[in-house]
Ligand binder design. Structure first.
Ligand code: FPP
Ligand code: MG
Length: 357
């Protein structure tokens, strides 16, 4: 089953019966309330519509690079950000259908950021496949990312959404700031929890915040509701990224699509590592030794550090921080109109904090 996103998958938690929407199996719990199934089906249809919109990207005069950008865009991804926009839009009383290109713009930016991030990190794989820069070369991957960003802003302009254009520009700036900040403190064992959390807020929270606010904006919601949606998305993004940081220490390569311990191997002090260093400063010696290895740390050394990070309780403490962000996200929802979509968004916050893969 292709899972569209955490938002859709959520209904699968109870047991495994499936609803099929346009050939795609959508998780829906047997015996779950008809309203819950309706929500899952609506989001699955939104995912189909977003995919169709993204598939319309034309290579144009970029030729092979444009085709590669399109292939990267369509090569997987859970569409979490555009579906977040759809869910908030519906919670605020709107319908996604008239706004699909504007909604999809956030996925273009996200896909571009991954293209560039894999170059910056010199990552060999993405989503279990060779990274785009490995396949097409660095120059082509840079241009493909640039093209996707340009298309996002062009699409918002064509949709007559200058406010979203400005908001997305702000989010992209924050993404760049997050990436730059992370880069600046690479291989710095003094990078602490405050640093790790700021990086997360900028590199992930900003785009989630944009996505949620975009839903409220497209629904024509008042400023207070738009601000609350942004706060919800920001907190959700932080919970999402902390869970991601934890998975880097506890996931398996098959499930993650990339080797375990890669954040640390790349010199990043993420939330669990910062917590572990605060709880057991002696771990700093092992981290420095692992970074000091020529050719990068071996899997055994990374696994030993991961075991110590878990042993001092840092993974559990990081999960607690993710849960706290999820609670803040849920609290922000009070400004949104009450109803099944607001309930759904509330459950999503918890699921994101607990997410396994
Ligand atoms: C992946 O997260 C990367 C990001 C969330 C942000 C990357 C941002 C940039 C490259 C700057 C903005 C660029 C554009 C084109 C908008 P991660 O590094 O935590 O995860 P990973 O393990 O998948 O690399
Ligand atoms: Mg990265």
């Amino acid at each position: 089953m292709k899972v569209c996103s955490a938002l859709v998958r959520a209904e699968a938690a109870v047991d495994g019966s499936a609803v099929v929407v346009e050939g795609r199996a959508v998780a829906a719990a047997r015996g779950s309330a008809p309203a819950a199934v309706e929500l899952a089906v609506a989001l699955a249809r939104d995912a189909e519509a977003v995919d169709a919109c993204l598939a319309g990207l034309q290579p144009g005069r970029l030729g092979g690079i444009g085709s590669a950008a399109r292939e990267h865009l369509l090569s997987g991804g859970k569409r979490v950000r555009p579906l977040l926009t759809c869910a908030v839009l519906r919670a605020c009383g709107g319908e996604p259908a008239p706004h699909l290109c504007a909604i999809s713009a956030v996925e273009l930016v996200h896909a571009a950021s991954l293209l560039h991030d894999d170059i910056i990190d010199d990552a060999p794989t993405r989503r279990g496949r060779p990274a785009a820069h490995v396949v097409m070369g660095t120059h082509a991957a840079v241009l493909a990312g640039d093209y996707l960003v340009a298309r996002a802003f062009e699409d918002l302009g064509a949709a007559g959404q200058p406010v979203l254009q400005a908001r997305l520009a702000q989010a992209v700036t924050e993404l760049c700031e997050g990436e730059a900040l992370e880069r600046a403190r690479r291989f710095d064992p003094a990078a602490d929890l405050e640093h790790a959390r700021l990086v997360n807020r900028l590199k992930t929270g900003a785009l989630f915040g944009y996505a949620a606010e975009a839903g409220a904006t497209l629904a024509g919601a008042p400023p207070a509701t738009r601000a609350a949606a942004r706060e919800y998305g920001l907190r959700l993004g932080e919970a999402f990224q902390i869970a991601d940081d934890v998975l880097d220490f506890e996931g398996s390569p098959g499930a993650l699509g990339k080797p375990v311990g890669q954040d640390l191997a790349q010199g990043a002090i993420t939330v669990p590592m910062a917590l572990a260093l605060a709880l057991e400063p002696a771990l700093g010696g092992a981290v420095a030794a692992c970074w000091g290895e020529g050719g990068g740390p071996d899997a055994g050394r990374l696994a030993a550090i991961a075991a110590r990070v878990r042993g001092v309780g840092a993974l559990a403490a990081a999960r607690d921080l993710a849960r706290a962000e999820a609670r803040r996200a849920r609290a922000a929802l009070a400004e949104l109109p009450a109803g099944p979509w607001r309930e759904r968004l509330s459950r999503v916050a918890d699921e994101v904090a607990e997410r396994g893969t």
